[in-house]
Design a protein around this ligand. Structure first.
Ligand SMILES: Nc1ncnc2c1ncn2[C@@H]1O[C@H](COP(=O)(O)OP(=O)(O)OP(=O)(O)O)[C@@H](O)[C@H]1O
Length: 774
């Protein structure tokens, strides 16, 4: 059953009794009223752009005066003006999107944005005859704009004064009488949609009764066709989502919710909110970790549309390590072994064992003080063992190993007892060390015997099944060893390999390297502009990428689809936020990891003892009830007893079932995809078992770019107007978490779903596969 569209959107539509023509003229009048306001806003924005440009020029002139005080002031001014210009020049599709009309407040105090701060209405604001006067109208937009007298023309959506726009509901309206969503494009207002929060009263604005237009914005937003990019939801954030977005950043904010409840959207809006709240603190960067490059591509436009980027890096799990972009998937068994916390022990052994390569020298021969000195294999092995004692990073132990070698050679040289005077003895020893170290044979030996290891070299060593078997003894079983070694012999890295590389980096340690220098324009260096205006030449994207690359730790870490992180991935992500605050969003019912308890333990270790603040999102904004109900059947099998979120709307279109005739599913799937392309305006996703990905792309060849084929694990987080889910049984049988993966696949569509079954699905006479029957 479709849920009550959140209380706040279900109310306050235009009264049926009002004739259409009257409604139209009221609508036109309201639209032109909003247009006049938007014109004022743009005039003011233009003034501010001129002001900012003037400031920049003025600052440049002042720079020529040259006293240190003037320079510092000039620099600060240039910086402020530059940041300001950047924001003002941003091209927003709908700069202004909301408005609230409010009753007078209790305390009559104004906040810094010029709006009254009270949440509750003043006593007597509503008269006994249920009439009231609107005391304040606020317009809400992507950034705040004040007029020349500092009165708010537009309030930034993240400001406290804008919160009632999202929080007010008919059950708890606060001061809000009417909430309006304004649809605009560039400088033109296209339409308005109103919700009445206090339908029981008649409110007057400037002596006229407040009109109500349209059916509310949420439904309009949800019904829109999808593209391959996610849209922001800034005009229709719902109350339970707003609580998460504006939750204070301290410690860990933990958000659970079923498919389509807006977790990803909320996480992205939260990043923008945190930056607005405390830009200085988050100058340390916000990292958003996403499960796949597809989801990164789908979501990366949202923050720019909210006026934020640069400080935020969105990275796929397979691209968290610099210079690596892994897209391969391991077989479920190899993935399970590689992701498990048991792997840590294996990596520690491998990092030490890999020092001993196949061409590692068996003996050391040098000439010192005119004598031939030799260390044999056994002595060398003993020295290696001593050097490796403890847990210090392997690469940092090389000086220690070198020292132990010199000690052993010194003992062998017989020179130790030559002087009783300690000073002379020390001098002799140091000239001995110099003598040995300057010998090419010694340096060559050291390089071969204790090479500087890279994570990739260790991973390559683990591809040797025998060696891996030794390092993984009593940790992985022989089958696992075989599968992991085989997977490492493949060309290219898998997503799970990346967490191993990162762990190895920590185990090996990196000898200090000189920092990569950016090219600096000498003129900028002279004027100091280089530091102040980093956005000048770089594109925003380049800047975001550069910052992400230079950064290894972040001030805030947001983990999307957190239920999928393996223990090893939690360790990797944890290293990036050791001093950070966190927002973690996920849904256990969609987990593709087979051992959720093990992952939860690793997550708790990564987050340490930081207190958690928990939230739950309960309404599914993506799927119509017809699709959500079908998916709920799989949820009942995958996680008996867990609750589905309630769908916010219903379309009356039931999912369709098709059955593959004899042979390959190609024709059936292609025909079904084609049908859906005709029925929806936006995108169609065809979800298949992972091992059919390539095949499925061929099935759809030539159908255009509105349709895409994806493996079940790639579908995570994405959405389409319509989806074709091919062979539920194949998807469910793919891995121990297969039923949960199928649940993900079935919950991707915003409008229509077709399920195609093969023999394995045992479809009934209506084509309904076994897994989806009552
Ligand atoms: N308040 C809202 N107004 C308009 N659209 C919304 C709102 N909340 C969510 N949506 C839309 O619902 C869809 C699902 O949102 P999102 O992808 O964030 O959900 P999710 O919880 O991350 O889903 P999943 O767990 O399946 O990945 C998106 O299209 C999003 O834009």
């Amino acid at each position: 059953m479709a849920a009550q569209a959140q209380q706040d959107s279900a109310v306050g539509s235009v009264q049926d009794a009002v004739p259409d023509s009257v409604q139209d003229s009221v609508r036109d009048r309201e639209i032109s009223g909003e247009q006049a306001h938007l014109d004022r806003v743009y005039r003011r924005l233009e003034e501010k752009i001129h002001e900012a440009e003037f400031l920049m020029h003025d600052a440049a002139r002042r720079g020529q005066v040259g006293t240190p005080g003037a320079l510092a002031e000039r620099d600060a001014q240039v910086f402020r003006a530059g940041v300001h210009l950047n924001r003002l020049n941003n091209e927003f599709e709908d700069f202004l999107f909301g408005r609230i009309d409010l009753l007078p407040g209790k305390d009559g105090k104004k906040g810094p944005d010029g709006a009254y701060t009270a949440v509750e209405p003043a006593e007597g604001a509503v008269r006994p005859d249920r009439t009231a006067d609107i005391a304040e109208t606020l317009h809400i937009g992507r950034i705040g704009v004040l007029d020349a007298e500092y009165a708010p023309l537009v309030i930034d959506w993240r400001a406290p004064a804008a919160a009632p726009f999202y929080r007010s509901t008919p059950v708890d309206p606060g001061r809000v009488v009417r909430r309006r969503v304004i649809r605009s494009k560039g400088r033109r207002v296209l339409g308005v949609e109103d919700d009445l929060m206090r339908p029981e009263i008649t409110a007057y604005l400037d002596g006229e009764e407040l009109p109500v237009i349209g059916d509310g914005a949420l439904m309009a937003a949800l019904g829109q066709a999808r593209t391959h990019s996610m849209r922001d939801i800034v005009a229709s954030i719902q109350a339970e989502q707003d609580l998460v977005i504006r939750a204070p950043a301290a410690s860990v904010t933990y958000v659970e919710g079923g498919p389509g409840t807006g977790k990803t959207a909320v996480a992205l809006h939260r990043a923008a909110y945190l930056l607005y709240q405390d830009r200085r603190r988050y100058a340390g960067g916000i990292l958003i970790v996403s499960p796949t490059p597809l989801l990164v591509a789908y979501t990366e436009g949202v923050l720019p549309s909210l006026g934020e980027e640069g400080q935020v890096a969105i990275r796929a799990m397979g691209a968290l390590v610099d210079g690596v972009e892994a897209t391969l998937y391991d077989s479920p068994a190899a993935a399970r072994a590689k992701g498990s916390a048991r792997m840590l022990k294996v990596l520690r052994k491998a990092a030490r064992g890999a020092l001993e390569g196949n061409d590692s020298p068996a003996r050391l021969r040098v000439v010192a003080f005119g004598r031939r000195l030799e260390l044999e294999a056994e002595e060398l092995a003993e020295i290696r063992r001593t050097a490796l004692g403890g847990t210090a990073p392997v690469n940092l132990l090389r000086p220690r190993a070198r020292k132990l070698l010199l000690d052993a050679l010194w003992a062998r040289s017989g020179a130790a007892g030559r002087h009783t005077d300690p000073e002379l003895a020390a001098e002799l020893r140091s000239s001995f060390d110099e003598d040995v170290s300057s010998e090419d044979a010694f340096t060559a030996f050291l390089d071969a015997w204790w090479p500087e290891l890279t994570p990739r070299a260790v991973l390559a060593a683990m591809a040797d099944e025998k060696r891996l078997g030794r390092w993984a003894r009593r940790v992985l079983n022989p089958g696992e060893v075989r599968k992991v070694a085989r997977s490492l012999r493949r060309e290219g890295l898998s997503v799970h390999d990346v967490a191993l590389l990162d762990e190895l980096q920590a185990i090996l340690g990196a000898p200090a390297r000189p920092r990569r220098k950016r090219e600096i324009d000498p003129l900028d260096q002279l004027t100091g502009l280089e530091e102040l205006m980093p956005q000048r030449e770089e594109s925003r994207r380049e800047r975001a990428e550069r910052l992400a690359q230079e950064r290894t730790e972040y001030a805030h870490v947001i983990v999307d689809e957190a239920q999928d992180l393996t223990p090893m991935q939690w360790r990797m992500v944890g290293r990036r936020g050791r001093h950070a605050t966190w927002t973690i969003v996920g849904d256990p019912a969609q987990s593709s990891w087979s051992d959720p308890d093990e992952a939860a333990a690793a997550r708790d270790e990564a987050l340490g003892s930081r207190p958690r603040r928990r939230f739950r999102l309960t309404v599914n904004y993506r799927n119509p009830a017809e699709i959500a109900d079908l998916a709920a059947k799989v949820l009942a099998l995958a996680m008996p007893g867990s609750e589905s979120p309630s769908a916010v709307r219903s379309t009356g279109v039931e999912p369709r079932f098709a059955v593959v005739g004899d042979g390959s599913p190609a024709d059936t799937v292609r025909a079904e995809a084609q049908q859906l392309l005709e029925r929806v305006d936006g995108t169609v996703g065809v979800v298949v078992a992972m091992n059919r990905r390539e095949e499925a792309r061929r099935w759809l060849a030539g159908l255009g770019d509105r349709v895409v084929a994806l493996g079940s694990l790639e579908a995570k987080g994405l959405e389409y107007d319509a989806t074709v889910v091919v062979s539920p049984a194949e998807i469910a049988d793919e891995s121990p978490a297969g039923l949960r993966v199928l649940y993900v696949a079935l919950t991707r569509a915003t409008q229509q779903l077709t399920v195609v079954s093969g023999d394995r699905d045992e479809p009934d006479a209506d084509g309904v596969p076994d897994l989806l029957r009552d």
